[in-house]
Design a protein around this ligand. Sequence first.
Ligand code: HGY
Ligand code: MN
Ligand code: MN
Length: 440
Amino acid sequence: MTARANEFDNLRITLDPARDREFLDSWAELEVIGATPAGGVERQAATVEDGQMRDWFSRWLRERGFTVEVDRIGNLFGLLEFHPGAPYVLVGSHLDSQPRGGRFDGAYGVLAGAVAADRIRRQAADSGVTPRYNIAVVDWFNEEGSRFKPSLMGSAVFTGASDLEDTLNITDQDGVTVREALTVIDSIGERDVFGAGDGTRRLAAYAEIHIEQGRELEKNNFAIGLVDRTWAANKYELNVIGAQGHTGATAIDDRQDALLGAALIVVALRDIADEFGEELHTSCGQLTVLPNSPVVVPREVHMHLDLRSDNDQLLAAADAALRKRIAEAEIRAKVEVEHRKAHVWPGHHYQPQGVELARAVADDLGLTSMLVRTRAGHDSTNMKEVVPSVMLFVPSVEGISHSEAEYTSDEDMCTGVDLLTETLARMLDGALDSAITERA
Ligand code: HGY
Ligand code: MN
Ligand code: MN
């Protein structure tokens, strides 16, 4: 299905089954960590399985000569320093997963980045020619945001978008803090790996590869997605407050049913999506019902919702529609709705120089590529605000993600590793030096 070139002029990358094998052998070791019986994985942030994965990955890095360091929010780095003091090009993604998640989301990008970096290390050793910049590989802590909210946690602290202390004090549903959970898996460092305060100062650029989690590449039969923009997201944490009562005895008119209020909001989300069309995605992914007992009218429901769109104005209109429907739900169910927290990211562009660089590499490798917008959040969503960033996609079968049925073929993964290796090599030689970040 995927177009892969067999030979090129003046290029370091050629189709090479032995090299693919290196990636695939490591992948076979990695994908079983936290495996679920139905073919997925469960490695939520800072759980035992996430810790096992991080230990495996640290060993993998050390065996190949990387120096492993963990920063104060648990981001795990593998460093290859060719020139002491020179900036780094960072490449990676995340090793944590959703509950009963897919094997590929995040983990593919971390291993692809590590293998790409390792190929460049070996090439430098063989040729005696070192890149201009140093290389760092990263496993961002808690990209998924399932156990600890919000998502994109490690990269948000790294880029200064979130406060370190506040983040370390965030708790999971059992009241365990991020700090405690990271301590349990022995994965919390004492310093900022790239210098105090501003981790981005010593970075020249960032690259990430990921499965598409959508159908565009598959539908159009393209090998590579060049991500030029991210959809905006508004995530909300609501608390619906009613009054506890007897499900049999309390008169319907007397009830303040928090679950009814929550249900009305869930239905409103779908109605709003239907009304606004394909440019808006809405959902509620988590409800915590209190006391969650069969004969008790629920007194309280915590809800996590999200609204996403490529269009900022449409998102604002959807937000207004949702607020109106929440007010209606309050009246109908006789409940009060508190907005506890929100996590918002705007619909920004990636630097065009990064997109063009990746397109040129894909062309040189004989790979078909197309522009795509990411609807999912990625750590590059944070990184592109502070350093020139490249975001690449490989196809996802049927676009299925956050599911045990998530699948990307070996061939597509290996193609992505080749593309990433060459893109990284050019970034290490300064290909994105002229790109400007939005927040610079
Ligand atoms: O898209 C998301 O919200 C997740 O962080 N990847
Ligand atoms: Mn991901
Ligand atoms: Mn994910």
